[in-house]
Design a binder for this molecule. Structure first.
Ligand SMILES: NC(=O)c1ccc[n+]([C@@H]2O[C@H](COP(=O)([O-])OP(=O)(O)OC[C@H]3O[C@@H](n4cnc5c(N)ncnc54)[C@H](OP(=O)(O)O)[C@@H]3O)[C@@H](O)[C@H]2O)c1
Length: 160
């Protein structure tokens, strides 16, 4: 690829910081803009994470021409609204889990992605976990035969 993908982040809380840390490890990604409802917060986050621009509203980031993908890290109830606004502005969207709070919201988001011909994905990172990718490869190659039963757990120590 000869050009970096320009990323923008909205909702500069806990997971947005983790995402910004990880984006630094992706060779074809560039953090172009970050947006908060509070401009001072956006500037602090932007400086800390080497973002080219920092905005005091989400809409300003959606209007930034250098950004191709918006990562949405707001609380659940705001995912659909902001994802749709971003897609209407022609941006692709990586939306935090859950994509919407019900089926209707998710359908609206998918429709909007199709209408604007943009990429939309829920930030389901476990899909890209190397162990899971390897298991999928083996299943697809028929290495273990036909899968008859799958048992999976996802857990972590959440206190403190
Ligand atoms: N993929 C994962 O593994 C993973 C892990 C943790 C969380 N998540 C998801 O990520 C989302 C954010 O979680 P988080 O833990 O980062 O939350 P958080 O620390 O509370 O951050 C959410 C941010 O959203 C913005 N926001 C916009 N509207 C808001 C409102 N009405 N009330 C409060 N904040 C608002 C705020 O940013 P500004 O003030 O900058 O606008 C806030 O800092 C949730 O949907 C959560 O389920 C996913």
């Amino acid at each position: 690829m000869d050009k970096n993908i320009g990323w923008g982040i909205i909702g500069l809380g806990n997971i947005a910081q983790k995402f910004a840390d990880c984006l630094k490890l992706v060779s074809d990604a560039e953090l172009i803009g970050v947006a908060s409802r509070n401009e001072e917060k956006a500037v602090d986050f932007g400086i800390k994470n080497d973002s080219k621009y920092s905005f005091g509203s989400y809409e300003e980031l959606f209007n930034c021409e250098e950004v191709q993908v918006i990562y949405i890290a707001t609380p659940h109830t705001a995912h659909t609204t902001w994802a749709i606004k971003a897609m209407k502005a022609g941006k692709s969207v990586l939306c935090e889990k859950p994509m919407g709070v019900n089926r209707g919201q998710v359908e609206q988001m998918i429709n909007e992605a199709r209408k604007n011909n943009v990429f939309l994905m829920e930030a389901l990172w476990s899909r890209f976990n190397p162990a899971i990718a390897e298991v999928k490869k083996k299943i697809d190659a028929g290495d273990i035969g036909e899968v008859g039963y799958l048992h999976a757990d996802f857990a972590f120590y959440a206190l403190d």
